[in-house]
Design a protein around this ligand. Sequence first.
Ligand SMILES: C[S@@+](CC[C@H](N)C(=O)[O-])C[C@H]1O[C@@H](n2cnc3c(N)ncnc32)[C@H](O)[C@@H]1O
Length: 375
Amino acid sequence: MPQFFVSCPKGMVEPLEQELKDLGLKPYDRSQNGVFFDSNWRDCYRVNLRSRFASRVLMPVLNFVAYQPEELYNQILNHDFTKYIKPDQTLTIDASTKDSMLKDQRFIAMKVKDAIVDQFRDKFGVRPNIDNDRPDLAVYVKTYKNRFSVAIDTSGDSLFMRGYRLESGDAPMKENLAAGLLQLAEWDGKTPIVDPMCGSGTILIEAAMKLMNIAPGSNRKSFGFMKLQNYDRDMWSEVLDEALDEELPDCGDIHFYGYDIDKRVLMKAIENAKRAGVNEFIKFKREEIMSLTAPIEKGVIITNPPYGARLGDEDNLKDVYRDFSHTLKNQFKGWNAWILSGNKELIGDLKLKSSRKHFVYNGSIECRFLKYEMR
Ligand SMILES: C[S@@+](CC[C@H](N)C(=O)[O-])C[C@H]1O[C@@H](n2cnc3c(N)ncnc32)[C@H](O)[C@@H]1O
């Protein structure tokens, strides 16, 4: 039975593990940035299609210790890579290394590539070409303390790329992180959500997709597993049809509300929501945080205000956080607000006391995801 490793943003391992269990899988181990399960290829297709939190699904194929280049080369020869693609297909190696004798990731990638293409040359007399942009086979090599883990990618483009977001704001949030925040906030799927600084609308779009049971990958045209020799087109059609059959026609009575100061970014949010098939259920409106009032009596705020790392300068942002705090206290009494921020000082400018805290990563930025109960 093949083993798979599902990677996810740091801080999202628990929601991912639960999600895999909900898909009927039995995860048997986890690391800081992902979860292992063993099952068949059908389940690999299902996870690629249905996981809201995964970044990619890898199939680990080798695990060994090597100190010298020849050892690395010979270890790679222990696995038959010619079964995955044909010699006229393309290949890329993604290597990383830490605390190891072999310190140069480009050198590791080259050695692994040599060992793989030599297998093809010996067997077929020809070898696959390298394509780092759109390879048919991506091999991931991770080296830590001289231990190499080698895995085959089954996802292709990272799974946060659902296909609906062609347009983004200046500091968009990855779709799988947005979905993960809904889970960490324990959103019940019944309470309306307001995102007062919604940017390209990712949090609200992910919420509406979840409510309508839209499989996150159902908009995508391709996955890595489609390029592999064992790709079973009929099985994929069944897996996709099953997911499409489970989609609901609407969000029921629940609506979502997105606001932003930037009209341009809201246009993008609307286009994204249309592509995701959820625009009917999200009301987007231009509004500054200082003049925002609650659009409904009861809901929850989930938002990702600017935090300086990529957008705006800190002095301006201090004013934004102070205004946000004022609006929360005066317009959203009785609401809970979940706020993601990568800037501790700015969060301090809210001058509110959080009742829950999660640490998550937005790309490489360590963020806090905090709950505030507005009394
Ligand atoms: C980090 S981005 C949000 C990204 C969003 N989660 C997404 O997926 O694209 C923060 C947003 O806050 C908006 N913003 C900044 N100052 C604001 C203010 N005073 N009132 C309302 N929105 C504001 C920005 O225009 C930006 O789109």
